[in-house]
Write a protein that binds this ligand. Structure first.
Ligand code: ATP
Ligand code: MG
Length: 512
């Protein structure tokens, strides 16, 4: 058997963290190869080594059976390797055409600009990006940006395309579309390596799968010979139950009352007259296709953004505007965009963990931080949330994607909020961590917290919510009890903008 790519005994340490421990992996041409592993198990590091972004300590890379020298991304690109990162690497102010064009100028300075442009535009055409060529990248949706990344990589001549969690920010429709595109690429002989935490994606879209655990490769198998239980066990090293243990007691009285929230953004009606309630000990799921006002609504409730009209009350008292004052009113926020809003990447984990409570007496006296107390509180959270890091002093920007998310969760849940707003709380987490976070949310609910769960993943909404509200075009299209009889199609219909006759009387929100 000849492989297009072989990684042999790749090792890498960062300080005392052994991120890759003699990892070997073989990839066949024209196939989709999934790379699976818990948060911090070394997936991104391994692929960054292949792409020349991280220098390995030991081991070798072989392309078509021959040793390859890859010291920089440019080396990788020249040898037909492309990588699409968790955080995109496009230049937001430049247009789609410009982004595609500059990507090849580095590689091949000799080819004429005209040729390069023509080839780039032809590729863009194949990917239905023709209308977008002259538009700045910052105006595109996440799905479209990703398409630009793929076109860019192909234009650079990639035969092997690595995608690091490509679907974590995509809607289900965009996800379908992405895999259709990737499937067409493998049919033309391209090889894709797919990092994902979603076992369903591995099952449906990959041919082979390699599992990493704690920096080691556990096995490579044909996907068809595995199932989700086996994969989970290989990843985590123990059996996962895939069950949730919330007790579901009857919710209490209405605690959070959102009244007539509207937002007009430069003439566009982003939210119109949104009203709903959340009781104590209740999870209200907010379903909807991404881009229907969820982001703006959560930002307003969290005090990051001002509404044009309306407001909300907790326990009958109006909640003042502003993030700081919100924190004092018992509101916690887990934003969907973890890098800018969620945490301060340049600060340490412990500093991030006490960000909300820094002027709490336990942590500061007379304006001086009590470092020891901060440290021991942070250490306890690191352990409880299984955050993988050498110590609490590590800067957050060095953590693996999932571990950043765990830091935010730990901080917000440990603040014992009355009202918790969480947007895509399990995005980017491995399956063990997903189980843990979901159980933590259910436990918080059972302890009486009111939770607004915003998610584009219907599975998550159904698994956790007591009631489900659907946001469509900035309006609440309906609110339904989440009973076992609830038909997913009804929610789907509301998400798509339809209102079933029986739901009409509920339109507008509060069905209590
Ligand atoms: N530049 C760095 N400096 C220090 N530690 C690092 C650096 N890059 C990665 N690490 C550490 O190496 C380990 C592996 O990280 P990596 O990003 O490869 O994990 P991952 O499998 O991609 O995880 P995730 O699923 O959360 O994205 C982690 O413990 C991480 O904190
Ligand atoms: Mg990663």
């Amino acid at each position: 058997m000849s492989f297009i790519l072989e990684l042999k005994n790749i090792s890498k340490t960062f300080g005392s963290v052994l991120a890759n421990d003699r990892i070997s992996m073989c990839v066949e041409k024209g196939r989709t190869h999934a790379l699976l592993g818990e948060n911090g198990s070394g997936k991104t590091t391994l692929m960054n080594i292949l792409f020349g972004l991280v220098k390995r300590d030991g081991g070798g890379i072989f392309l078509h059976g021959k040793p390859a020298v890859i010291e920089s991304p440019l080396d990788a690109i020249r040898q037909g390797i492309g990588m699409i990162h968790q955080e995109f690497m496009l230049i937001p102010q430049l247009t789609v055409a410009e982004n595609i064009l500059i990507s090849v100028m580095e590689k091949d300075r000799k080819s004429s600009l005209k040729d390069a442009r023509a080839r780039g535009e032809e590729l863009a055409l194949n990917f239905a990006l023709k209308d977008k060529l002259r538009i700045p990248v910052e105006q595109l949706s996440v799905g479209e940006r990703q398409k630009v990344e793929i076109v860019k990589t192909l234009h650079q001549g990639a035969d092997i395309i690595v995608l690091d969690e490509p679907t974590s920010a995509l809607t289900p429709q965009e996800t379908e579309h992405l895999f259709e595109m990737l499937n067409n690429l493998t049919l033309t002989g391209k090889t894709t390596i797919l990092i994902t935490h979603k076992l369903e994606e591995v099952r449906r879209y990959s041919d082979d799968v390699t599992v990493l655990r704690q920096g080691r490769s556990i096995a490579t198998m044909r996907t068809g010979d595995t199932d989700k239980y086996l994969l989970a066990e290989m990843m985590v090293g123990r059996k996962l139950l895939f069950t949730l243990n919330g007790k579901k007691t009857a919710p209490g009285d209405v605690r959070v009352r959102v009244e007539g929230l509207s937002l007009n953004d430069r003439g566009r009606e982003v939210l119109s007259d949104v009203s709903f309630t959340v009781r104590g000990g209740e999870i209200l799921g907010l379903a909807g296709v991404d881009g229907n006002g969820q982001q703006e609504l959560s930002d307003i409730l969290a005090g990051v953004r001002k509404p044009t009209k309306g407001g909300y009350l907790i326990e009958g008292l109006p909640v003042p505007f502003g993030a700081r004052r919100l924190a004092d009113n018992g509101v916690s926020y887990i934003p969907g965009e973890r890098h800018n809003l969620g945490c301060a990447s340049q600060l340490s984990i412990e500093q991030n963990l006490v960000l909300k409570t820094y002027n709490n007496r336990a942590y500061a006296s007379f304006g001086v931080m009590r470092q020891n107390r901060i440290r021991s509180a942070a250490d306890a959270l690191l352990k409880e949330y299984r955050i993988k890091a050498q110590s609490g002093e590590v800067v957050v920007s060095l953590l693996s994607g999932g571990n950043v998310q765990k830091v935010i969760l730990a901080r917000e849940l440990s603040a014992h909020p009355m009202f918790l707003i969480c947007v895509q709380p399990t995005r980017g987490l491995d399956i063990g961590a997903v189980e843990y976070v979901r159980n933590s949310l259910l436990a918080a609910r059972d302890a009486g917290v009111s939770i607004l769960l915003v998610s584009t993943e219907l599975d998550e909404i159904f698994a956790l919510s007591d009631r489900i509200a659907v946001l469509c075009g900035g309006k609440i299209a309906g609110t339904l009890e989440n009973t076992p009889e609830l038909d997913a199609a009804r929610i789907g219909l509301l998400m798509a903008g339809g209102t079933a006759p029986s739901e009409r009387y509920e339109a507008g929100g509060t069905s209590i």
